[in-house]
Design a protein around this ligand. Structure first.
Ligand SMILES: Cc1cc2nc3c(=O)[nH]c(=O)nc-3n(C[C@H](O)[C@H](O)[C@H](O)COP(=O)(O)OP(=O)(O)OC[C@H]3O[C@@H](n4cnc5c(N)ncnc54)[C@H](O)[C@@H]3O)c2cc1C
Length: 438
């Protein structure tokens, strides 16, 4: 039986770059992917447009992550930078542009082009690829690892089932695990890697949704507001009255609650609350105005103008009507009839429209999964497991979850690059020392 120098488990952003770089470093590399194709999650990233990475100095890019994550990611971000990610793709013909907010996308707005280029990298290096190859276990053996591969899993099963039937084994000197998180299970990401890592002695930081919509206990009326957006407001989360998270930008009202950049931005903090259903959500429509300034502005509305017409200057009419109703104000009232007390109630409502308590932050709908293999057990310079020699980890399987903006693919690409390089170099050393000959 052939012993591979490197077996990479999981053909997403991290695994593809890891396999490519391992082979470039002289290692005979096998890439095993559960679904029928590589880069399944990249294809849906950025709404199918793929926000490849984030522009700017690396120290600024790192600041977008939590402190411990940034500390861990720093060596790999410098080893394979945002500029190098872009160069790798543009050298092969991809045209990219940078949005004013720093997010980098393909000009033709298609993630397919990105995946096609990544596949071409693997082809040119002659990496051996097996799709529909669900790994069901990884076991350390003398001088390496035995990787067990099950039978293909039908996509309509959501890839959740452990593979049934015949199990085939492959052996490897080193293994890179890049099985991603547990959101969007139809992409093949069902959190398989964490079970193996636990069995191999790693600690798993509890996994939680991040960059996810927030489902609320909506009333019948609120569900009818579905599809309405709040532009450039601030969405806030409160726990026992205390503000625990806020995000400025757009919010989309849905049948179930809230989505869009603001909801995604605060979802991780809410999910981290052990009693997340005690968290309430509210929206400030005019974050640039203080309560006093807003009160003055309302006082300055021309006397015969309706208050509702003032509100519709910055919110949808149906939301305006709801705000007036919440503030016990007649929806036809004209400005000069608005007295001090109801005006104060309206100011309070505009600055903190109560959307209600959280029902759930759905893990499967998150763009990333927070938590995962504990960063203190992985060498940040090599991506080597500190628990088991020969094992490497990269991408979302690790306890990393950046914000929206191309940060998560950058983390996958950079950690994948380093894992591939380190595993490739280590396997060459093992061959030199005659360990586990093929
Ligand atoms: C809707 C959506 C939009 C997103 N948009 C962006 C964006 O625009 N920019 C950005 O930076 N990030 C974005 N992200 C996040 C980003 O896509 C991920 O963080 C990134 O893809 C993680 O890369 P990875 O290689 O670690 O994992 P993945 O890309 O998830 O790849 C893991 C792979 O492992 C395979 N696998 C799992 N288990 C097994 C097994 N047992 N055997 C074999 N293979 C297995 C899976 O099938 C999968 O292909 C988005 C995510 C989602 C869901």
């Amino acid at each position: 039986m052939v012993t591979w120098d490197v077996v990479v488990v999981g053909g997403g952003a991290a695994g593809i770059i890891a396999a490519w770089n391992a082979q470039r470093n002289g290692a005979r590399t096998l890439l095993l992917e559960k679904t029928g194709r590589l880069g399944t999650k990249i294809l849906i990233s950025g709404g199918g447009k793929c926000n490849i990475c984030h522009d700017g100095p690396l120290e600024d890019v790192l600041k977008a992550f939590r402190k411990n994550e940034a500390l861990f990611l720093r060596p790999s971000f410098y080893r394979f930078t945002n500029k190098e990610v872009v160069a790798l793709l543009t050298d092969r013909g991809l045209e990219v542009y940078t949005r004013p907010d720093g997010r980098i996308f393909p000009v033709h707005q298609t993630a397919k082009d990105v995946v096609a280029i990544l596949e071409s990298l693997l082809k040119d290096e002659s990496v051996t690829i097996r799709t529909e190859a669900p790994v069901v276990g990884i076991d350390p053996i003398d001088g390496g690892f035995r990787v067990s591969v099950g039978e293909p899993i039908p996509p309509n099963s959501g890839y959740r089932h452990a593979a049934q039937g015949n199990v085939e084994t492959v052996t490897a000197r080193t293994v890179i695990v890049s099985t991603g998180g547990a959101s969007y299970p139809n992409c093949g990401t069902t959190g398989d890697g964490w079970d193996w890592m636990r069995q191999l002695g790693h600690s798993i930081v509890p996994t939680l949704p991040a960059l996810a919509p927030i489902y609320l206990h909506f009333t019948e009326f609120q569900t009818q507001l579905s599809g309405i957006s709040v532009r450039d407001g601030v969405l806030k989360a409160r726990y026992q009255g205390k503000e625990i998270a806020r995000w400025r930008g757009d919010t989309l009202l849905t049948h179930q609650g809230v989505s869009g950049p603001c909801a995604l931005g605060i979802s991780r903090v809410i999910a981290e609350q052990t009693e997340s259903t005690e968290v309430t959500i509210e929206c400030d429509f005019l974050p640039d105005l203080s309560f006093e300034q807003l009160s003055e502005e309302i006082l300055a509305i021309p006397a015969n103008r309706t208050v509702l017409s003032y509100l519709t200057g910055f919110m949808a009419e149906r939301v305006g009507m709801q705000l007036l109703q919440d503030s016990q104000i007649d929806e036809h009232i004209i400005s000069r009839r608005l007295e001090r007390k109801p005006r104060n109630r309206l100011v309070e409502a505009i600055k903190g429209w109560k959307l209600g308590p959280v029902r759930v932050v759905p893990l499967e709908k998150g763009e990333v999964t927070a938590g995962g293999v504990s960063l203190v057990e992985v060498n940040s310079k090599t991506m080597a497991s500190q628990v088991l020699p020969g094992l490497f980890l990269c991408g979302e399987i690790l306890d990393i979850a950046g914000p929206v903006g191309g940060y998560n693919l950058q983390a996958a690409f950079s950690t994948g690059f380093v894992a591939g390089e380190s595993a490739g170099l280590l396997s060459a050393k093992l061959v030199d020392h005659g360990v586990a000959t093929g």
